[in-house]
Design a protein around this ligand. Structure first.
Ligand SMILES: [Zn+2]
Length: 187
């Protein structure tokens, strides 16, 4: 699995099942990176479920969840067409919902899980929101601004550094995207 990122976390453990369970129930001496990797996969499945919902209404399938302390704060899927809003990417939808839910536009200590590498707009929004971590699945070779191009989150001049990693369930996200575009070409 082609894991990329600026963190050193091991991302190859199995899902523990219910998201949030491993973090809250793990004994203090449990290996933290394995627990986190299982959590990451669990939440990424949730993001992929949302991506599927987007595809079902004709949107490019991208889903996102915003999580803090094992709790889901916000979620969304890509919907610029149905919302008639060029900023309605999955990440922005999830950030807006989470900020409203907690009454604060700064989401310190939160992690955003998204099924595709964020674009420049969404990477910028993660910095504005002071999100602690970004985990994405598939790389976005055209518009991706975290690893594929620009490396926006690693710019030294930024006053907030988002830790990021990619490749979590990337094959599942890639398959969703492929199926979507194949069906659209065939329509
Ligand atoms: Zn975006």
């Amino acid at each position: 699995m082609g894991v990329v990122g600026n963190s050193s976390a091991e991302l190859d453990a199995d899902s523990p099942g219910r998201c949030g369970a491993a973090m809250s129930e793990a004994p203090g001496d449990m290996e933290p990176t394995v627990t986190q990797a299982g959590e990451d996969r669990c939440w990424m499945w949730r993001a992929l479920e949302l991506a599927r919902r987007g595809a079902a209404v004709g949107e490019v399938p991208v889903g996102a969840v915003l999580v803090r302390d094992g709790q889901l704060l916000g979620s969304g899927f890509n919907r610029p067409r149905s919302a008639v809003d060029p900023s309605a990417h999955a990440e922005i939808v999830a950030l807006r919902e989470a900020a409203l839910a907690v009454g604060n536009y700064r989401l310190l200590g939160a992690t955003l899980f998204v099924s595709v590498e964020p674009c420049a707009m969404c990477a910028g929004a993660l910095v504005h929101a002071r999100v602690e971590r970004l985990v994405f699945a598939a790389l976005e070779p055209r518009a991706g601004a975290v690893s594929s191009h620009l490396q926006l989150l690693d710019q030294a001049h930024l006053n907030h550094r988002v830790i990021w990693s990619g490749g979590v369930l990337a094959e599942h996200s890639g398959a969703l995207l492929q199926d979507f575009f194949k069906a659209r070409r065939g329509a």
